[in-house]
Design a protein around this ligand. Structure first.
Ligand SMILES: [Zn+2]
Length: 437
C-alpha cells in the first residue's frame, strides 16, 4: 500500500501542517512529520489548500437498481468523490424500492465493489413507498447494510399513525426517520413555490405551509414517542422557526438544507426552464436568508445534496411535464463556500461539522466524521478555496446533465479526495507536483 505525505496544507483553523497517511490511516499531523517507517511514500504538495474530513452526504439518489439510464452506484460514486464525499446515503426510491434486506444489501455491495466511497443504503419506511404498511425495518437494520436511516423520500409519510409506528420501531436500534415533509393534499399538481411568481406565471403553487405543517406534526410525534426525527431538505423560513422551537424544547430532531436552497430562488422559474424545477421547490430570497442563518446557528445541522439525476428527456421538455430534481454532488462544496464561508456566516470548521461530523453522527457512520483524528481512517477532502472554476454540464461525472449551475463560476473547489487513505480524486495540477520519495 502506498503511504502519502500531504505537504504545505492547512487545517480548518488555518494552522500549517504536514499530514502523513500510513496504511490507510491518519498517522501524524505535525508542522513537520516524521516519515520514518513509511513505505512507498508519495509526497503531494497541496500548497495552502485546506485539509478537511471527508464529506458525508445523507441524501443522494443513485437510481440503481432500476433507473441506470439516470445514474448508477458507480457513476454516482464517481460524482461523489469529485465533490469531496467519502460516504453517501442512497435514497430508497429505486425500482425495486429499497424496502427489504435483499435490496439494501445489493446497493451496499455495489458501493463496496465500486470502492470510490462508502454507499450506505437508506431503507424505505413503508412497503413500496406506499405510505400504509411498514417495510422490513428490523431486517434492513440487521442486514449487512446495517441500515439506520429510513425514508420514503420523494413521498411523505403522511399517515400520522404510520409515522408514529415507524418512529417507535427504529428506537430499538437507534435508527432515525428522515421525513420528506410535504402534505400531498396541499401540493396536488403543484409546480413551484406558491407566491407572486407562481401567480404571474400561472403555475400551480406549492405553499410553504405544506412543508411546515408536516414538520410541526412530526417534531411533536418524535417528542411524544421520544424518538429521532430527521427533516429532509428544509426550504422555508417557517420550517427553520419550527425546528428551532423543537430543539429548544429538547426534541430529538435534526435537519438538512440543500446547496440549491441556499443559493437559488423561485424567480428563476420565470425562464420556464425546468432545470429549476425541484421538489421541494425553490423559495424566496427571504427563505434563503433564513436557511443560511439556520445553518450558521446550528438549527439546521447539515448540508445534504438531494442529488437527483434525470435523463435529458425528463428535463428538456415543458415545465409541467418535467421531472423534479437537480444534480448536487459535484457542486456542493463550492456553493456552501460561496453562500456561507465567503459571506462570513460560517468558518471552515463549521463547514467540516455540517458536511462531515454531523451527518456521520446522524447516520451512525462510525468510520466517518471523525475529524482529523490520529489513528482514524484517512477519509479526507482537500479544498483549494481560491481556485475558481466554471461549471460545465458536459464535464460532470454523473450520468445525467441536469445541473442548474451550468456556466456559473464558483470561487473554490475540491482538488483531492482520499477514501480509506487512497486518492479517488487528485487534481492534475497537484499530480504534477507529486513525486515519489
Ligand atoms: Zn425529498
Amino acid at each position: 500500500m502506498t503511504d502519502y505525505l500531504l505537504d504545505g496544507g492547512v487545517l480548518a483553523d488555518g494552522k500549517a501542517v504536514q499530514v502523513l497517511i500510513k496504511d490507510g490511516l491518519i498517522n501524524q499531523i505535525e508542522s513537520v512529520v516524521s516519515t520514518l517507517g513509511a513505505t512507498n511514500l508519495q509526497k503531494i504538495s497541496i500548497n495552502g489548500c485546506i485539509i478537511l474530513p471527508g464529506f458525508v452526504d445523507l441524501h443522494t439518489h443513485l437510481r440503481e437498481p432500476g433507473r441506470e439510464d439516470s445514474e448508477t452506484v458507480e457513476s454516482g460514486s464517481r460524482a461523489a468523490a469529485k465533490g469531496g464525499f467519502t460516504a453517501v446515503s442512497a435514497m430508497a426510491n429505486t425500482f425495486p424500492v429499497a424496502d427489504t434486506a435483499g435490496v439494501v444489501e445489493q446497493v451496499y455491495a455495489l458501493g463496496q465493489a465500486t470502492g470510490l466511497c462508502d454507499v450506505f443504503p437508506i431503507g424505505a419506511v413503508t412497503q413500496g413507498l406506499g405510505g400504509t404498511a411498514l417495510a422490513e425495518l428490523g431486517a434492513m437494520a440487521d442486514s449487512k447494510a446495517r441500515v439506520r436511516i429510513f425514508s420514503d423520500d420523494g413521498n411523505c409519510v403522511f399517515d400520522p399513525m404510520v409515522m408514529r409506528r415507524a418512529l417507535e420501531y427504529v428506537k430499538k436500534f437507534d435508527g432515525v426517520i428522515a421525513q420528506h415533509a410535504q402534505d400531498p393534499h396541499l401540493t396536488k399538481d403543484a409546480q413551484m413555490n406558491e407566491g407572486l411568481i407562481s401567480s404571474k406565471l400561472g403555475l400551480k403553487g406549492w405553499p410553504a405551509v405544506a412543508e411546515e405543517s408536516i414538520i410541526a406534526r412530526d417534531v411533536l410525534l418524535a417528542d411524544h414517542v421520544q424518538s429521532r426525527l430527521h427533516v429532509c431538505h428544509v426550504t422555508s423560513a417557517g420550517g427553520v422557526d419550527i425546528i428551532r422551537w423543537a430543539k429548544a424544547r429538547g426534541i430529538q430532531v435534526s435537519a438538512e438544507v440543500t446547496p440549491h436552497h441556499l443559493l437559488l430562488t423561485d424567480d428563476l422559474a420565470e425562464s420556464y426552464d425546468p432545470i429549476y424545477k425541484v421538489n421541494p421547490p425553490l423559495r424566496t430570497q427571504r427563505d434563503v436568508m433564513a436557511l443560511r442563518e439556520g445553518l450558521a446557528d446550528g438549527t439546521i445541522d447539515i448540508v445534504a445534496t438531494d442529488h437527483a439525476p434525470h435523463p435529458a428527456e425528463n428535463k428538456e421538455c415543458e415545465w409541467q411535464a418535467a421531472s423534479f430534481g437537480m444534480l448536487g454532488l459535484e457542486t456542493a462544496l463550492s456553493i456552501v463556500q460561496a453562500t456561507m464561508i465567503d459571506t462570513a456566516m460560517m468558518s471552515w470548521g463549521d463547514l467540516a461539522m455540517r458536511m462531515s461530523t454531523s451527518p456521520a453522527r446522524i447516520g451512525g457512520y462510525a468510520d466517518h466524521g471523525q475529524g482529523l483524528k490520529i489513528g482514524s481512517t484517512a477519509h479526507l477532502t482537500i479544498v483549494n478555496p481560491t481556485r475558481a472554476w466554471k461549471v460545465d454540464r458536459d464535464l460532470v461525472a454523473s450520468r445525467s446533465r441536469n445541473t442548474p449551475y451550468h456556466g456559473m463560476e464558483f470561487p473554490g473547489s475540491v482538488v483531492a479526495t482520499f477514501y480509506r487513505g487512497i486518492p479517488t480524486v487528485l487534481d492534475a495540477k497537484l499530480e504534477s507536483a507529486t513525486h515519489g520519495n
